[in-house]
Ligand binder design. Structure first.
Ligand code: HMG
Ligand code: MG
Length: 305
């Protein structure tokens, strides 16, 4: 890493809005399909360049997203937005392709126990499943992102080493994944953890391939994003209003609020192409639908202004 100063910050960052997927998957409240679609359409007009709109997983495990196929068919697609969805296996890929995706997000965990709880397989059993999904998705021209969860801490196993993460990342890239999304699933990392991981991964993968996916359980996500920016990382996930969490990771709370990320990035002079005002409106819309205050500093701030 060359120095640690404002001069090294990138000029532009790409944010993927994962609220309709990571945000809603953890919610007990059922959001009617039409309202989900209206929300995704609002997000599509914020200037955001990527939206993860749903999950093609076992609906018994994630009931909040059981309408993924209808959502995918009915959202109004903005040609400037890349629409992706979570895909765990070939059945999920088949449904996702029918519904329409630009990108498939496959996912597994660097921790054996979280992988088992989340997708009902060992890490070794997961590789062939995802390798087939990646191969087929690439064969039909889709971009593939490989999510790796619990890259810092696992709620069941504790600390995960950068070497464990590297091994999973390498297998996904060898299988053909275009990008890697590194998940701080339970939101416990601090900036030195991020440094240690990036020091290892950036020896093996170009920075353009890496996406950082922070949950904000301990309020460290913005500090962790700032640290990642100094390493040249230019791609981050956010969930508007700070919605989110993995129901199969004890203690996982919301993702970093996209609005906080925008406030940071725009404040330090980094472009995103996203309108903060429109993103806040999208946050208020889903907050009203869920009928509860979201864990969002920015929404609380504008509501009280
Ligand atoms: P399994 O139980 O091992 O699979 O599930 P199975 O093949 O035995 O199937 C069981 C049932 O699921 C069958 O139905 C299948 O048809 C159905 P039944 O006979 O019982 O009626 N099924 C499906 N239905 C629809 N679409 C599918 C599909 N696949 C099977 N694609 C599986 C394996 C992976 C599918 C399951 O464990 C699952 O769906 N897990 C998803 C868990 C999940 O979505 N977790 C949250 C997302 S990950 C996350 O949040 C972390 C992330 O944000 C990054 C971070 O923060 O770290 C990405
Ligand atoms: Mg997540």
């Amino acid at each position: 890493m060359e120095g640690y100063g404002m001069r090294n910050l990138p000029r532009e960052v790409i944010i993927k809005e994962v609220g309709p997927r990571d945000g809603l998957q953890n919610e007990k409240e059922w959001i009617p399909t039409d309202q989900k679609i209206a929300w995704i359409n609002m997000l599509s007009n914020t200037g955001v360049r990527e939206i993860e709109y749903s999950s093609f997983v076992n609906p018994k495990m994630i009931p909040a997203l059981k309408d993924a196929r209808e959502v995918g068919r009915k959202i109004k697609r903005n040609p400037n937005v890349v629409y992706s969805a979570l895909v765990p296996n070939m059945k999920g890929l088949e449904f996702a392709l029918e519904a329409g995706i630009d990108g498939a997000s496959v996912f597994m965990s660097a921790s054996e126990m979280h992988n088992q709880k989340n997708i009902n397989k060992s890490i070794a059993e997961t590789y062939p499943v995802l390798e087939e999904v990646i191969k087929e998705a690439k064969a039909v021209g889709k971009r593939v992102t490989g999510y790796v969860s619990t890259v810092f801490d696992c709620p069941y196993q504790g600390k995960i080493t950068p070497e464990q993460v590297l091994e999973v990342c390498q297998r996904l890239v060898d299988a053909g994944a275009d990008d890697l999304s590194l998940g701080d699933t339970i939101g416990t990392a601090v900036p030195t953890d991020v440094e240690k991981l990036l020091e290892v991964l950036l020896k093996h993968f170009p920075k353009e391939k890496l996406i950082l996916h922070f949950h904000d359980t301990r309020g460290m996500a913005i500090a962790n994003i700032m640290t990642s920016l100094h390493y040249g990382v230019t791609r981050f996930d956010g969930s508007v209003g700070g919605l989110g969490g993995c129901p199969y990771a004890k203690g996982a709370t919301g993702n970093v609020d996209t609005n906080d990320v925008l406030y940071l990035l725009h404040g330090v002079g980094i472009q995103t192409g996203i309108s903060e005002r429109k993103m806040q409106q999208a946050g208020l819309y889903i907050q009203n639908l869920l009928g509860k205050q979201l864990p969002s500093r920015s929404l609380a701030y504008i509501s009280n202004a």
